[in-house]
Write a protein that binds this ligand. Structure first.
Ligand code: SAJ
Length: 435
């Protein structure tokens, strides 16, 4: 049985560890810094909730002793392959990637690295990181030579909360090795767990592909957001415009909204730009990133406009209800959610902000699970995340329990005409602004 070690038991590491552990010829060791997570996994409990099939599969492979978690990196010795899946956030203050977790993992792997092992970096990294950071650390702390004594490749993850296992099993992937042998070994490894195509390339190209695929999406969303603000001024519904634009061949206008959250899009264009920081500034990509970053403030502006309509200027003591803390509909994942910027801006203006979300988990945020309580006596309902639960809200009932009938729609969930007919002031991203 070949030993696979997965470093980092998060949204990337846990599903890939489970996928290999279900296969007959692999046993898997999951490495994590937090003892709590190690303990949960060894009890067969997934730290990630609301993920189809993951709970059951994790319980199965742990009970069959095919997967175990530990904090001890000595388990890297004699591994067939080591997959590094640690977080790589971007530090916006210092304007550089925060590689502390990645470098810590690389060092601990390196001191336990044995000849012949295949090392894969799945974490999303700025182009040139494999060459400038990963390979030097592995060689320095192991005394081995990359590409000869051990194999190394970058195989960027393509996970998506809600489809973690599905994406691993079906999506195409890029496999960038330090040399042909490393690439071949990495492709042979991943062929065990995916039906998707595995495209061979080099480390640098793989780094650029991953950060580009998300920068590309960020730019597309920014286009939609810019058009939404333009349509508000012109007085047309951007969603109607989008529907008709997309009837045109080769058009695929994305959805405007309250903002762009998640663990990928808000940082990947910054990682891409970082790699050329002294030689080239990608203006379009960075402008797009700034447009998306400013959407939560646009939502706050819409609140101000709506209150003005009610001759209310002050936010002080107003009760404002946020519907949706998660960054993505029907997910509990709150990472980089635009809701946080909206909440802090409203609190700074003196509003009493009540946050409702059926799924989100955040121990630092009080989350109301009872929708009626969240809306009772509220002066403004702000729709940030298009959870299913909000789509069939009975606005007539909602109006009865709110104090002031104002809706700010960040995801085109409600029907503007119906809301206005019921007596709501309705403003939405890309919807016709107040006259
Ligand atoms: N969003 C918009 N408008 C859109 C699409 C998304 O405002 O048209 C917002 C969402 O509300 C969310 C954020 O952008 O706040 C990110 O949404 P996402 O659908 O991109 O979801 P992510 O962040 O989980 O993106 C992942 C990425 N997958 C990987 O990195 C492997 C992304 O590359 C995928 O394109 C995306 O899933 C997907 O296609 O579902």
């Amino acid at each position: 049985m070949q030993k696979i070690v997965v470093v980092g038991m998060g949204y990337v590491g846990i599903p890939v560890a489970v996928e290999f552990a279900t296969l007959e010829n692999f046993e898997v060791v999951g490495l994590n810094r937090s003892a709590g997570k190690v303990d949960l996994i060894n009890k067969g409990i997934s730290p990630i909730e609301n993920e189809p099939r993951l709970d059951a599969l994790l319980k199965k492979v742990v009970s069959e002793k095919k997967l175990r978690a530990t904090q001890n990196f000595a388990n890297c010795k004699n591994a067939y392959a080591i997959l590094i899946c640690t977080e790589t956030p971007f530090d916006e203050q210092r304007r550089e990637p925060n590689y502390s977790s990645l470098e810590d993992a690389l060092q601990k792997v390196a001191v336990n690295l044995t000849k012949g092992t295949l090392v894969i970096v799945e974490s999303t990294i700025a182009p040139t990181t494999m060459d400038r950071v990963a390979i030097p650390i592995l060689e320095e702390y192991s005394g081995l030579t990359a590409g000869n004594d051990f194999y190394i490749a970058h195989c960027p993850e393509r996970v998506m909360p809600g489809k973690l296992l599905y994406n691993i099993e079906n999506l195409d992937r890029v496999v960038g090795g330090i040399n042909e042998e490393s690439t071949k070994k990495a492709i042979a490894l991943y062929k065990n767990i995916t039906k998707g195509n595995l495209y061979p390339t080099d480390c640098l190209t793989a780094e650029v592909v991953k950060t580009t695929e998300n920068s590309y999406r960020d730019v597309q969303i920014a286009f939609a957001n810019e058009l939404a603000m333009l349509c508000e001024k012109i007085g047309v519904d951007v969603y109607k415009v989008r529907e008709l634009v997309n009837k045109c061949p080769y058009r695929n206008m994305h959805l405007p909204g309250a903002g762009v959250g998640g663990h990928c899009l808000p940082k990947d264009s910054l990682l891409l730009a970082y790699s050329t920081k002294s030689v080239y500034y990608p203006r379009l990509i960075m402008t797009a990133r700034n447009i998306n970053k400013r959407m939560p403030m646009h939502m706050v502006k819409l609140v101000e406009n709506a209150l003005l309509k009610k001759d209310r200027k002050k936010f002080k003591f107003l009760k404002i209800t946020i519907l949706g803390l998660s960054y993505l509909e029907n997910s509990d994942d709150t990472r980089n959610s635009p809701a946080y910027d909206i909440i802090s801006a409203l609190k700074k203006k003196g509003a009493i902000v009540v946050v409702h979300d059926p799924y989100a988990r955040d121990e630092n945020m009080e989350i109301e699970r009872n929708l009626n309580k969240a809306l009772l006596d509220s002066d403004c309902l702000i729709l940030v995340t298009a959870h299913h639960q909000y789509k069939n809200l009975d606005l007539e009932k909602v109006k009865k329990i709110m104090k002031t009938a104002i809706i700010i729609d960040g995801r085109n969930v409600f029907d503007k005409k119906k809301a206005e007919k019921l007596g709501f002031i309705y403003l939405g991203v890309g919807k016709v602004a107040l006259t």
